[in-house]
Design a protein around this ligand. Structure first.
Ligand code: GLN
Length: 483
């Protein structure tokens, strides 16, 4: 039962092969049995899950249908869930029960999805390995000695290990696509503004975007359908109609123009990954796609720009966690300054503290022009590169990551080494573009992802290309041993 995709679950529920309650109980038992190896959940919501599953079964019995009605999912633990701990992977919010549901949570619940729990993540979504969580590192089900990627590592590990078919995640600089690549999943970061950020605890507001992690493009289409849409509570939400993502999955790829940036195949890329990317290109050519070499000349500046802009926004967003308005409060403060210092010093882990310091520095008087303003200018150049490229091609293809999942602890003493691994993903966030990662093969038993980028609001095109690729390849069907 646990091997079923969301699409298969929807068919099984519609055909009355099983009930949502039965399926939910099977998956909850599986999580209890297998998750101690992975640490992919921070909280399990068993009672809520059974209650939602029963309600979904009643709705189906009354004639309602829908791909998410009765489908078990989980939420990354930065989506606010009413009355349920929403920790953001931090000691700072260990005792925070959100007073309301995030829009994404409310929309998926209204569509009938069943919440099994809240998944582990890098603290405040800062990281690429899911090792900065206050609740401990998450393990990669493909090799328990390796990281699952981050910051949505809990959602990724849980879906990859078949503990559930799909989960929500967020992507500020790659946190949906990179863990998807590291765990053999399909993950979609939508266009900035496509999915509401209301109730999603902010890391870097101009970059953050919620999206799905699942095993197939078909399932990502189902999840995105439930998540996307205008929200008046989010001032950056865009009032564009939401297309039927499942309806366009089977369009032909005949004549599709795929751009492959020459900068992607430079020295930093593992040659074994380069070869798998070439294979995926050949696969898409067989389906009728035409390949064109393109150039993204400002790509080399993207990492430094991102690692100024994201920490700058984080330092501002995280100022609310002061032990008064939000978050952990230290014992017996001597005065107000002591309260701030110790509450924040105790509540935030080292990576979060590092980013707050970098961000506050970059924004401070005298340095603002040299760092923050400069980074914003680079951001515009990165966007312009993409706009020029999309005049010539329909999608851009390349690796999701330069290397496969590294060993737990391997980059702990060198944060910059981890930042460099984001080279292929962060440009989409700087430009606000949609991006998808899908399975493309294995290196030393570890999964490798291929990334597709599209013009604004062309999520349907990404899902269409990925679905056609998945109808003709079987990488995405591989299951990690022991799960
Ligand atoms: N690895 C990047 C960072 O640490 C991206 C994180 C994310 O997308 N949330 O900032």
């Amino acid at each position: 039962m646990h091997q079923m995709t969301l699409a298969e679950i929807a068919r099984g529920l519609a055909d009355k092969k099983f009930s949502s309650e039965e399926l939910t109980k099977v998956l909850l038992a599986r999580i209890t049995q297998l998750d101690p190896q992975l640490n992919s959940f921070i909280s399990l919501t068993e009672e809520l899950a059974i209650e939602q599953a029963k309600a979904a079964d009643v709705r189906r019995a009354n004639g309602e249908s829908g791909a998410l009605l009765g489908a078990p999912i989980a939420h990354k633990d930065l989506f606010c869930t009413q009355g349920i701990r929403t920790s953001c992977g931090s000691k700072m919010l260990d005792n925070f029960k959100a007073p309301y549901d995030a829009t994404v949570v409310a929309k998926l619940a209204a569509a009938g999805a069943v919440t099994l729990g809240k998944t582990n993540m890098d603290e405040f979504a800062m990281g690429s390995a899911n090792e900065s969580s206050w609740y401990g590192a998450v393990k990669n089900p493909w090799n328990l000695e390796h990281v699952p990627g981050g910051s949505s590592g809990g959602s990724a590990a849980a879906v990859a290990a078949r503990l559930l078919p799909a989960a929500t995640a967020t992507d500020t600089g790659g946190s949906i696509r990179q863990p998807a690549a590291f765990t053999n999943l399909t993950g979609l970061k939508p266009t900035y503004g496509r999915v509401s950020r209301w109730g999603m605890i902010a890391y870097a507001s101009s970059l953050d975007q919620g999206g799905p992690l699942a095993r197939t493009a078909e399932d990502c289409a189902i999840m995105l359908q439930g998540m996307a849409g205008f929200d008046q509570n989010d001032s950056t939400s865009i009032d564009e109609p939401v297309p039927d993502y499942s309806a366009s999955l089977n369009e032909s790829l005949q004549g599709l123009r795929i751009g492959v940036p020459k900068e992607y195949f430079s020295a930093g890329l593992d040659p074994r990954i380069a070869e798998l990317i070439q294979n995926s290109i050949k696969e898409l050519q067989k389906l009728g796609a035409v390949i064109k070499e393109i150039s993204l000349p400002n790509m080399q500046h993207a990492i430094p720009a991102y690692y100024v802009i994201a920490p700058a926004e984080a330092s501002s967003n995280l100022s609310r966690f002061d032990g008064v308005r939000f978050g952990h409060r230290c014992e017996n403060p001597q005065n107000l300054i002591d309260l701030y210092k110790r509450s924040r010093g105790e509540g935030f882990g080292p990576e979060v503290q590092r980013r707050i310091m970098v961000g506050a520095y970059a924004l401070s008087a005298g340095y603002y022009d040299a760092y923050y303003l400069k980074a914003q200018k680079i951001r515009r150049l990165v966007k312009n590169d993409f706009m020029a490229a999309f005049n010539e091609v329909d999608i851009i293809l390349g690796p999701t990551t330069p290397n496969p999942a590294w060993k737990l602890g391997a980059k702990n003493s060198d944060p910059v080494a981890a930042y460099l691994e984001d080279v292929y993903t962060i440009t989409a966030n700087l430009a606000g573009l949609p991006g998808l990662s899908m399975p493309a093969g294995f290196v030393d038993g570890l999964p490798v992802g291929v990334q597709l980028l599209a013009p604004y609001f062309q999520e349907g095109r990404l899902l269409n290309v990925a679905h056609q690729y998945q109808l003709n390849t079987d990488w995405h069907t591989r299951t990690p041993q022991g799960f």
